[in-house]
Write a protein that binds this ligand. Structure first.
Ligand code: PNS
Length: 162
């Protein structure tokens, strides 16, 4: 049984994240989307909002569940008997940071492996930060996030959709 965790802040979930979830769900038996509940990080969405948004967009995937976590990722992995960390790589700029956390996690728990999926070409520029930047000015985010999440995102900036 190959159980993997796809960890992240998902503030908010984007088409890029959903693409990685869909693709990794095909190559592991079970996938846990681990949503980091970090009070030190100033998240736009609460942990419950982020979990619910992801759940609503992954319910068609029977081997995917969404769980929030605090503390170290390697501890969350162990609690869930998961041995694979999935991360998406968009561009070379992601690599240095991702290499550090993958190697740090591997040193902590040598049984845990990180598997990188390269982002699909059409999402290689996309991040939650880009979504928030465009949304904060009332910009078009329909190519970044699923349509039904847009009102919820605009609402954070008191913007009404046209
Ligand atoms: O979506 P993000 O913010 O790039 O995800 C980063 C994440 C959640 C994978 C990373 O910050 C993480 O694993 N945090 C949990 C705390 C931890 O284990 N830290 C040590 C490795 S950075």
């Amino acid at each position: 049984m190959k159980r993997a965790v796809y960890p992240g802040s998902f503030d908010p979930i984007t088409f890029g994240h959903l693409d990685i979830i869909e693709r990794s769900a095909k190559i592991v038996d079970e996938l846990i989307v681990g949503v980091l509940n970090n009070s030190a990080k100033n998240s736009l969405f609460s942990i419950d909002e982020r979990v619910k948004m992801i759940e609503s967009k992954t319910k068609h995937l029977p081997n995917v569940k969404v769980v929030s976590f605090n503390g170290l990722l390697v501890d969350f992995m162990e609690q869930n008997e998961a041995t694979i960390i999935i991360r998406g790589l968009r561009a070379v700029t992601d690599f240095e940071y991702e290499l550090q956390i993958a190697q740090g996690n591997h040193v902590q728990k040598p049984d845990i492996e990180t598997v990188f999926l390269t982002s699909s070409l059409q999402y290689s520029y996309l991040s939650s930060t880009i979504v928030k930047e465009f949304a904060s000015y009332g910009g078009d985010i329909s190519k970044f996030v699923p349509e039904d999440l847009i009102p919820q995102i605009y609402a954070k900036y008191n913007i009404k959709e046209n």
